[in-house]
Design a protein around this ligand. Structure first.
Ligand code: KG4
Ligand code: ZN
Length: 350
């Protein structure tokens, strides 16, 4: 089955064609980062309007790239949530209409399931059962996966998501959104041992996370070093580049060590031997290396998508769409999108 996938949940327009036997045929991604840069975050209305502008020309380009005509498409999968409602509506209405016009089935895809199963597109891929760690800009979640499509939450963040913490710390340094890659780059030059930031909630049992206190510790450290965190009213931090890099490295290590410890606990609790790490933050080099080391030490395998499929993309949506449509699932004609959508509400594949 050949499926078109559409991702428009936030600030990336992603389109892809995925075939059940041949795998990924082609994909295209347009990032709106520059559009939102002056605002320090994603402006929902601007995001929706830009998806409208980009989606049709990107679709034409995708067909050319894959050298197919639209009549060869057998199913359409679109992200229906969680995300920005206006942005989601663009992909959902456009995708649903295309499917109606072509007389083919359509499927509403859960964005986080797209992330979670993206490592299954790789050659080195996990098999169920596995435990998943989902780390993105809006989610920090550990899930038990005994069957594809059925997700049991094991733990989640009680406040900020990991990606959000990276973004907020980046903002303190006056770095652009999304901040994760900028903090990671800054941290490369830093001494990770100079500052020891708290590892939130590691001394309590359980698998929940909290990252907002860590962000506050970073803010206090910037002040202690004689600087002032960047905000909407003041710019610049007044710290040497080395101090900034050391703080960034200390922060990144605190995040990574916290995630490593929780993953080790989760693997023990689930009894699984495979850990799947997905979502934008799973592109982080220090996190990837640390979890692989954790797996080697404690006897579990660790799986990732390649970095470009860790962050938002159309391929992961086309992939999940293909799995579910192939299993006979589809979504009726009414177009519904959801800002919030618990992963546990999804139905198992077969
Ligand atoms: O999955 P994603 O692309 O979008 C959401 O579904 O939220 O994740 C975006 C998040 C942002 O918070 C971004 O700062 C973070 O992932 N991120 C990173 C890295 N690349 C992206 N965080 C840390 N290190 C990275 N290399
Ligand atoms: Zn995402």
């Amino acid at each position: 089955m050949l499926v078109l996938g559409i991702e428009t949940s936030c600030d990336e327009t992603g389109l892809a064609l995925y075939h059940s036997e041949q795998g990924l045929l082609a994909d295209g991604l347009y990032s709106q980062v520059a559009l939102h840069a002056d605002y320090g975050g994603v402006v929902p209305e601007l995001a929706s309007r830009d998806h409208v502008r980009k989606i049709t020309p990107m679709f034409e380009q995708l067909l050319k790239k894959a050298n197919i005509t639209k009549s060869e498409i057998q199913g359409v999968a679109y992200t229906a949530g969680p995300g920005l409602v206006g942005a989601l509506m663009v992909g959902a209405c456009w995708g649903r209409s295309l499917a109606f016009g072509l007389g083919i089935p359509a499927l509403a895809v859960h964005h986080m399931e797209g992330h979670l199963l993206a490592p299954l597109m790789e050659e080195y891929q996990p098999k169920v059962p596995f435990t998943g760690l989902l780390v993105s800009g809006g989610h920090t979640l550990l899930v038990r996966v005994d069957h594809i499509g059925a997700y049991q939450p094991l733990g989640e963040t009680v406040d900020d998501a990991v990606g959000e913490a990276f973004d907020k710390v980046a903002k303190m340094f006056g770095l652009d959104y999304p901040g994760g890659p900028h903090i990671a780059k800054l941290a490369e030059q830093g001494d990770p041992l100079r500052f020891k930031f708290p590892r939130p909630m590691v001394d309590r049992p359980g698998l929940d996370f909290s990252f907002s206190g860590l962000k506050t510790s970073v803010m206090q450290m910037i002040r202690k070093l004689g600087g002032e965190p960047n905000n909407a009213y003041t710019s610049g931090v007044g710290l040497s580049l080395q101090d900034q890099a050391d703080v960034a490295a200390g922060f990144e290590v605190a995040v990574v060590e916290t995630l490593a410890l929780k993953c080790r606990r989760a693997m023990k609790a689930s009894g699984h031997s495979q850990l799947v790490v997905a979502g934008g933050v799973s592109a982080n080099v220090r996190l990837r290396a640390r979890l692989l080391e954790e797996g080697r030490k404690h006897g579990f395998e660790v799986f990732y998508a390649r970095p470009e499929y860790c962050t938002d993309n159309g391929a992961m949506i086309a992939h999940v769409g293909c799995l579910r449509l192939d299993a006979g699932q589809s979504t009726p004609l009414d177009v519904a999108v959801r800002a919030r959508w618990p992963l546990s509400e999804l139905k198992a594949l077969a």
